[in-house]
Design a protein. Structure first.
Lengths: 256, 261
């Protein structure tokens, strides 16, 4: 079987999903770190792999796969190892529903907040002409708009308020869901847990007013269950930025 | 197990799920509801409403199984296919399934909101605007999702954003072009074999053939594929459930347009 190659940034949000899925399945892969903050994803060598310039991307058997959730489903279908989808059809529906809820409704709100407080300020320090040239190289027009907004701090008050509303509601619904079952959408660890964990692992630190031991005990119990998985620890060891340091802080918070 | 499928007229998301149900052969009771009267937000016997309350797709069908409200037409089609033990709507090969899911996501993220916007402005906006204010307030008070309620309100208030209309027309034209390109190798169905991708794409594009025929003018392969899909027995069975003369002109508030990036 041909080698799996994964092009990814930090074990976080979208990049973290296929990293964790491969690790859980025990599939060896060649790791290519793409530094999103240096715009590596829009450089010619990466565009030759994924012309859309989005990360992550995975190659296997001469095929190129994109979109993190869809890559995870391919990994689960294609390789041996523990099944990361439940066997019951209604449970599978629920797993898919929660992944879409995160990918298309809650995730963009987390992302807007994250970009406005983290990504934007980090890249804003650079030479404006260099940044402008980097943005012009982005293939997808909607991603150009997103980057400009992040760099210029152009998110409107109403956009940010709506994102905060969604984050609050999403956390409350996740808390409700995890009161029904030990994992997201089913009674087994699945792709939905990997998907949602990658955007919620730092909630106790990033949203202390909304999540924590007292406010969201179900989420905290679930986070602890996921954090202690060997695949999570191994994946997090691949991080290169301050995000990896935050992992230690969150572990301490959860275990305190 | 108790199971009821509540659905609107066979167009958009409801058409996808009704056709998938027909293909599956499962014996599930279908109950038509009037989406523009807000009946979807007052369904009986629901003990687990999260997926109904926070459905991203807008006014799509709801499958209620043992009190759990299940939504999102692509996933309902997958559920019906799998609950039937494999009705042939999903490819067996992992990469082919990835291709199908990628295609469906493109359709539901880009085409569906665009088609719903154009369809609603053309056919349901007037009906919603005519609802007396007090009745409209009662109707929308039952809608849990703030963002879905806002889409209803925008139709009631006749809020027209010309940039969104232009963007939606572009997205419809792009979807047609994408189909034309996909079919250029002579294949009969979008993924090679008949699949959920055909159902979903046809469900959102067929109504656009009536509203934006110019988008289809240079697309003979897409037009032939649409006619083929509409003639498939499962799609024909779904369309036969219509209670109006032109179900492909029946729209209700749909998915939201991407908020950013």
């Amino acid at each position: 079987m041909d080698e799996v190659t994964l092009y990814h940034w930090e074990p976080n949000a979208n990049s973290g999903k296929p990293m964790l899925a491969l690790m859980e399945k025990g599939v060896p892969f060649s790791s290519h770190y793409i530094d999103m903050l240096q715009f590596d994803q829009h450089k010619p060598e990466y565009l030759a792999i994924n012309p859309q310039g989005t990360i992550p991307a995975m190659t296997h058997d001469g095929l190129v796969l994109t979109e993190s959730t869809a890559i995870m489903e391919y990994v689960n279908d294609r390789f041996d190892g523990p099944d990361l989808m439940p066997s019951d059809a209604q449970d599978r529906w629920r797993v898919r529903w929660w992944m879409k809820f995160m990918d298309q409704w809650l995730g963009p709100s987390f992302s807007m907040i994250g970009w406005s407080v983290f990504v934007g300020p980090m890249v804003r320090q650079r030479d404006p002409a260099e940044l402008d040239a980097a943005i012009e190289r982005i293939p997808l027009p909607e991603r150009r708009v997103a980057w400009r907004k992040a760099i210029n701090g152009d998110f409107s008050t109403s956009e940010m308020a709506e994102s905060r509303r969604r984050v609050g509601l999403g956390i409350a619904k996740l808390e409700e869901e995890l009161g029904k079952r030990p994992y997201v959408g089913s009674h087994q660890y699945s792709l939905a847990d990997i998907n949602i964990f990658n955007s919620t692992y730092s909630l106790p630190l990033s949203q202390p007013d909304l999540a924590g031991k007292d406010k969201t005990p179900n989420i905290m119990r679930w986070l602890k269950r996921v954090y202690t998985r060997e695949a999570v620890r191994k994946t997090w060891a691949m991080g290169k930025t301050d995000l990896a340091h935050r992992y230690g802080l969150i572990m301490a918070e959860i275990e305190a | 197990m108790s199971a009821v499928l509540y659905h609107g007229e066979p167009n958009g998301a409801s058409l996808t799920v009704l056709a998938a149900l027909a293909q599956s052969g499962l014996d599930i009771e279908c109950r038509p509801i009037d989406l523009l009267s807000g009946e979807r937000h007052a369904l009986p016997g629901i003990s687990d409403p999260i997926a109904l309350d926070l459905c991203i797709e807008g006014e799509g069908p709801v499958l209620v199984i043992d009190g759990e409200a299940m939504t999102e037409s692509v996933f309902l089609a997958q559920y019906l296919d799998e609950a039937a033990g494999g009705a042939g709507l999903q490819p067996a090969d992992a990469y082919a399934r990835w291709e199908m899911m990628m295609w469906c996501r493109q359709i539901t993220e880009r085409l569906s909101p665009a088609a719903a916007l154009l369809g609603n402005l053309a056919t349901s906006q007037h009906a919603i605007a005519c609802i007396p204010d007090i009745d409209f307030a009662n109707l929308t008070a039952c809608i849990v999702s703030d963002d879905l309620r806002q889409r209803w309100q925008a139709l009631k208030d006749d809020v027209v954003d010309s940039a969104q209309i232009a963007d939606s027309e572009t997205k419809v034209a792009s979807a047609v072009e994408r189909c034309e390109k996909q079919l250029a190798d002579g294949r009969e169905w979008l993924m090679g074999t008949f699949s959920i991708a055909d159902l979903v794409t046809c469900s959102w594009l067929a109504g656009m053939q009536l509203l934006r025929p110019c988008a289809f003018a240079q697309a003979p392969l897409a037009n032939a594929w649409l006619a083929r899909t509409l003639a498939q027995p499962c799609v024909a069975a779904a369309l036969a459930r219509s209670t109006v003369s032109e179900p492909l002109r029946a729209w209700a508030p749909g998915p939201e347009i991407n908020r950013w990036g």
